[in-house]
Design a protein around this ligand. Structure first.
Ligand SMILES: Cc1cc2nc3c(=O)[nH]c(=O)nc-3n(C[C@H](O)[C@H](O)[C@H](O)COP(=O)(O)OP(=O)(O)OC[C@H]3O[C@@H](n4cnc5c(N)ncnc54)[C@H](O)[C@@H]3O)c2cc1C
Length: 341
């Protein structure tokens, strides 16, 4: 087995969270990881720290302290103004070798995945990707990561007992950020970082962003599957009346009826709406993990044996093309478009 660059004896009893940021704000997933990291650090009597690379980003540290960080390691350099995997990997690598954390947590975002893959190879540490749960064994200091495997058929608990840092990525929405405490204070530590411009092969030329949608925060989710037969306008009307958003299973996304950003599930978004209405969805494990945290689940399916009914609080057996229009008509008729939750 290849040894990591530093071992258990050298590692400090600290959990680091990589603080991803965009347009002057910390990413929601970083706040969620700080909240979960705080719980684990408290249980073990460890320190929680944020790793904050960027250019002129010190102003982001109070949000990390408010969310539970004891300390923020700040890495500032003009080459870190925009995320490039080369520069960020170099900077994070240098910081990790200085601070020697036992654990490094990172959002399973496109940039987070890119970064942690490279770091795991350089540090010879290994990486548990897309974890659905994390806990810390207080006696051994070993991170236990829950990962679904074999197409979702099993939940595997993975440990890397001999390698440091123990690294894991977690998708947005898996943990809750909870309440921040703006009065909480922490220590901001500036770390020197040496970056060689020649090693940075990518350059930001233009930044294009669409309207986008973040389903992780919606209170009402109206999700459609193959049974909707591509008629997502129907669901949009219902979602609008309820002040919610439309989501989908993978097949309608693959078929181009819905944008990828609206896919719910293991390879999509994990949501925690107060109400999820699942229309024409069979209830495959890969989808269900995306709505497991929903408050109330209402399922509409023409097949009374559909697995989705096992997860639903209210089960409606019938044709979605009849039931959804009837719901829409009823809501309109009563003039009681429910105010957004
Ligand atoms: C590694 C991997 C990752 C995956 N990740 C995801 C993921 O992130 N998200 C995801 O959703 N899937 C994912 N999948 C696919 C997943 O396994 C299922 O195939 C998918 O969720 C099924 O989508 P569905 O329920 O829309 O379609 P189906 O399974 O085909 O179900 C359609 C349902 O609609 C019902 N129906 C048909 N007509 C009507 C009607 N008129 N009215 C009412 N009901 C009707 C049927 O009874 C049926 O239950 C993944 C698969 C793999 C292997």
């Amino acid at each position: 087995m290849v040894a990591s660059l530093y071992g258990i004896d050298e590692a400090n009893q600290t959990i680091w969270v990589y603080l991803e940021h965009e347009e002057g704000r910390l990413a929601g997933v970083s706040l969620e990881l700080l909240a979960r990291g705080r719980q684990m650090a408290d249980q073990a009597g460890w320190e929680l720290a944020g790793l904050l690379p960027g250019h002129e980003v010190a102003h982001l540290s109070p949000a990390a302290f408010a969310q539970g960080a004891d300390r923020v390691w700040l890495l500032e350099h003009p080459l870190l103004e925009h995320f490039t995997v080369e520069a960020y990997t170099q900077a994070a690598y240098q910081a990790i070798l200085k601070g020697k954390p036992s654990i490094l947590l990172c959002g399973a975002t496109p940039n987070g995945r890119d970064l942690t893959g490279r770091l795991a190879v350089r540090l010879r540490s290994g990486l548990n990707a897309d974890c659905t749960g994390l806990r810390l064994n207080q006696q051994t200091g070993v991170l236990v990561s829950e990962v679904s495997g074999f197409g979702g058929g099993i939940l595997a608990l993975i440990e890397a007992p001999r390698h440091r840092p123990q690294m894991a990525t977690v998708r947005p929405g898996v943990f809750s950020a909870g309440e921040a405490d703006p009065r909480r204070k922490g220590e901001l530590v500036r770390l020197g970082v040496e970056l060689d411009e020649c090693l940075v092969h990518t350059r930001l030329i233009e930044r294009l962003s669409g309207p986008g949608v973040d389903l992780t925060g919606t209170a009402v989710l109206v999700a459609g599957g193959r049974g909707v037969d591509g008629d997502f306008e129907l669901l949009r009307e219902l979602a609008d009346l309820l002040g919610g958003e439309v989501g989908a299973t993978r097949p309608p996304v693959d078929e181009g009826h819905v944008k990828r950003e609206r896919q719910i599930g293991q390879t999509g978004v994990v949501c925690s709406p107060e109400i999820a209405i699942c229309c024409g969805i069979s209830g495959a494990f890969h989808f269900v993990v995306g709505i497991e945290k929903a408050g109330t689940v209402i399922a509409i399916n023409s097949d009374p044996e559909a697995a989705i009914f096992d997860y639903a609080d209210y089960c409606i057996v019938g044709d979605v093309h009849q039931i959804v229009p009837a719901l829409v008509a009823a809501l309109k008729q009563e003039g009681q478009a429910v105010p957004a939750l």
